[in-house]
Design a protein around this ligand. Structure first.
Ligand code: AMP
Length: 293
């Protein structure tokens, strides 16, 4: 097991990428905010099938957190992250400080519409995707990887990034990866560590409600009825619901009826101090295979 190279500056990262490229190696980037779990590692595993060199970035990006959100208490576990990345066979870790990513005088922003204004996460986190787009654009331009991997766990984020990369002609393939779950169905998340024992026991309701709703829709149930039942279940489990909706999987537009479209059920809900999101596919023939654009 070789130690991943740790880059704290963009210049060091670029020098290593240049060396790898000179040897004809392909490079995959997996952007993260650290506090790594098996979901992140599954992205690294997928990356290894697509490139000789896997780069993982660890950066808790302040611009994607609103002032009332959990930026300061977001879990930071660098040594444990590094152990996991070493075991997974990661070539390099970009671990910059805030000044490296946002130097004095930084004043550039990315303005988004389309999937970023679909009325899901953006309704509750209006500044979030501008921060995500900014940091992802920077990471992609810093590393210029052949492929970058993002989880379907953050489904709207994946759509925003795909659109941005296409619009800005960033020369990278974006690959979506399926959501890794705990045995009881709860989507793995760095934020799950915030949950009390009682909240953790309630948390799998999110996935169970989506699963049952997907089955009911595929059996011909009326979306309005199916969604109302799922929303009631989530609320009864102790969550304050932000949204639980059926959307077109490609455009994220509201879907009144399945009628042959590939649907996606998406949920966001708060329990105690923690906000959780999840989503699943609603397709007549469900496939979890990674999709490439
Ligand atoms: P984060 O560190 O939460 O910003 O996540 C970094 C990347 O890991 C994003 O592309 C996420 O969508 C992805 N990710 C987070 N949780 C999971 C999961 N349970 N399964 C697969 N990918 C995930």
């Amino acid at each position: 097991m070789t130690n991943p190279a740790i880059f704290s500056t963009v210049a060091d990262l670029r020098a290593a990428v240049r060396d790898w490229r000179a040897r004809g190696e392909r490079i995959a980037l997996v952007p993260t905010m650290g506090a790594l779990h098996a979901g992140h590692i599954s992205l690294v595993e997928l990356a290894k099938t697509r490139a000789e060199r896997v780069l993982v970035s660890i950066f808790v990006n302040p611009t994607q957190f609103a002032p009332n959100e959990d930026f300061s208490r977001y879990p930071r576990t660098f040594e444990a992250d590094l152990d996991k990345l070493r075991a997974a066979g990661t070539a390099g870790v970009l671990y910059p400080d805030i000044g490296e990513m946002y130097p004095a005088g930084f004043c550039t922003s990315i303005s988004l519409e389309g999937p970023a204004t679909a009325g899901l996460e953006d309704r509750f986190r209006p500044t979030h995707f501008a921060g995500v787009a900014l940091i992802v654009a920077k990471l992609l331009l810093q590393a210029l990887p052949d492929v970058a991997i993002f989880g379907e766990k953050d489904f709207q984020q994946l759509a925003v990034i795909r659109r941005m990369v296409r619009d800005l002609d960033i020369p990278v393939e974006i690959l979506g990866a399926p959501t890794m779950r705990e045995a009881d169905g709860l989507a793995m998340s760095s934020r799950n560590v915030y949950l009390s024992a009682q909240e953790r026991a309630a948390a799998p309701t999110l996935h169970r409600s989506l699963r049952e709703a997907a089955d009911a829709l595929l059996a011909g149930g009326a979306p309005a009825t199916v969604l109302a039942k799922a929303r009631a279940e989530v609320t009864a489990a102790g969550f304050a619901l932000d949204y639980l909706e059926l959307r077109d999987a490609a455009s994220l537009a509201p879907l009144e009826a399945l009628a042959g479209s590939v649907g996606r059920l998406l949920v966001a809900a708060r329990i105690g101090k923690t906000r959780l999101i999840d989503n699943i596919a609603v397709t007549p023939r469900m496939s979890d295979a990674p999709k490439s654009v």
